[in-house]
Design a protein around this ligand. Structure first.
Ligand code: MN
Length: 438
């Protein structure tokens, strides 16, 4: 007998600040559900981070329920675990009403064995009626805190269960970690129960193994090494600038399995909702003005029509400040030329006028502050105020601003006193200011 299931993770519905991009994420979700129905899958695995946080907006909940309902109406169960984003330590997660409504079965069912000292935790296997597949999984917590749960897991007890088993996880496997995830902690494979058929992974937003994305089918049989049976489909739709730039689109997996031969075939289904065109501008040794011209030239030369443009500007400007490369101006320019949406990233853009100030790890906060103020004051250029005076003024202002509101002081008085203090330190006559208001 052959069965088929979908493996989905990291939908992050509602992750974007821009509704236009959230909308694309919702479309990806809808397409995924439609494909599951067309392919007539036996069940769907949801490996965490369905929502971007544990308390998503009503609109997001509503549209996800409408989609999950299409699965339920067709008797396709959803088995899931919570991810680092939609898990809540107090169990106040929006996944809960989904479970109550029968749209989602939580396969992270801990059972505690009081007689066990070191490994008291077991996860109950839940059997799918139609296929007989047994499922269990470990939900994530923030900052890989689930590590402590894995450490208590009674692996032999879980391994002792017979049948075709699928384990769901929302944790990166250390052995599969790529350089892109250097700062993300991974757990070694020895944390996982050994003899499962398939390990449905979540948390990695990039597909692992990479070759799945390029259309390769992954074939697994009972002798395949555990490491290769851990699959991460990656996010359903990119959730941030880096992902748009790096992977452009997300997707999910459909797995076909032969129950007798105990073989599986994994295929990736890309979800290309909108074309993405990453643009990189090297601003090194160029003036802010020149960079702006270069960006506009790119917009004219490239076909940006109806595309999402992640625009990265990096390097050290020879003249001008990063702020002079006006994001509003660039955005308007691209949208006028027909781009669907543009995101601008200037994190690695700096200026010679304000070069990085080196600070040592041994420096105190006060020392760092002092150094920053000193170096910026040295770059000031006022006719009537010396650099030393600028430095002194900044220190005075910071000191005064650090004073909290006095108990007997009203808010109005506090604000007025602060304004007077500014006048004093900056040597401004109050009358001058009042006159200039007219
Ligand atoms: Mn995620």
């Amino acid at each position: 007998m052959k069965i088929k299931f979908a493996h989905v993770s990291d939908c992050h519905l509602g992750a974007w600040r821009r509704e236009s991009l959230n909308e694309l994420g919702y479309q990806a979700f809808e397409q995924m559900i439609s494909t599951c129905l067309e392919e007539n899958v036996d069940f769907v695995l949801m490996c965490g981070d369905l929502y971007d946080n544990s308390n998503p907006k009503v609109d997001v909940v509503d549209l996800s329920i409408k989609q999950l309902r299409r699965l339920r109406d067709n008797d396709i169960p959803v088995y899931g675990i919570m991810g680092s984003h939609d898990f809540s330590p107090s169990n106040r997660t929006m996944i809960r009403p989904l479970i109550s409504a029968g749209f989602y079965t939580n396969v992270c069912q801990p059972e505690w064995d009081e007689n066990e000292q070191k490994y008291p935790l077991r996860l109950r296997w839940i059997q799918d009626d139609k296929t007989g597949i047994k499922l269990a999984g470990m939900r994530a917590r923030k900052n890989v805190l689930e590590k402590a749960d894995y450490e208590m897991l009674n692996l032999p007890a879980m391994e002792g269960e017979s049948g075709n088993k699928i384990f769901l996880l929302h944790t990166l496997l250390a052995e599969l970690k790529e350089s892109d995830y250097e700062e993300v902690e991974g757990l070694p494979r020895s944390f996982l129960p050994n003899n499962c058929w398939y390990y449905a992974g979540g948390h990695a937003h990039k597909t692992i193994p990479d070759k799945l994305r390029f259309g390769e089918t992954i074939k697994l049989n009972p002798s395949t090494d555990l490491k290769e049976r851990v699959i991460y489909p990656g996010c359903l739709f990119p959730t941030n600038f880096w992902e748009l730039e790096k992977i452009q689109h997300g997707g999910f997996c459909i797995v076909e399995a032969d129950l007798e031969k105990r073989t599986l075939e994994v295929k990736f289904h890309p979800l290309k909702i909108k074309d993405v065109l990453p643009i990189f501008i090297d601003a090194s040794n160029l003036s802010a003005q020149k960079v702006l011209e270069l960006i506009k030239k790119e917009a004219k030369q490239k076909n940006i029509e109806d595309k999402i443009i992640p625009l990265r500007i990096a390097g050290t400007l020879s003249a001008g400040k990063p702020l002079e490369i006006d994001s509003m101006e660039i955005t308007e320019f691209f949208l006028e030329k027909g781009a669907f949406e543009i995101l601008i990233n200037k994190i690695h853009l700096s200026s010679k006028e304000y070069e990085q100030i080196s600070i040592g790890p041994q420096m105190t906060i006060e020392q760092i502050e002092g150094r920053l103020i000193h170096e910026h004051a040295q770059k000031s250029n006022f006719k009537e105020i010396t650099k030393e005076k600028v430095e002194k003024i900044i220190h005075q202002l910071l000191k005064e601003l650090g004073d909290p509101m006095k108990e007997e002081e009203t808010k109005k008085d506090y604000v007025q006193n602060a304004i007077n203090m500014f006048y004093n330190i900056l040597g401004i006559q109050k009358e001058d200011m009042e006159e200039s208001k007219i």
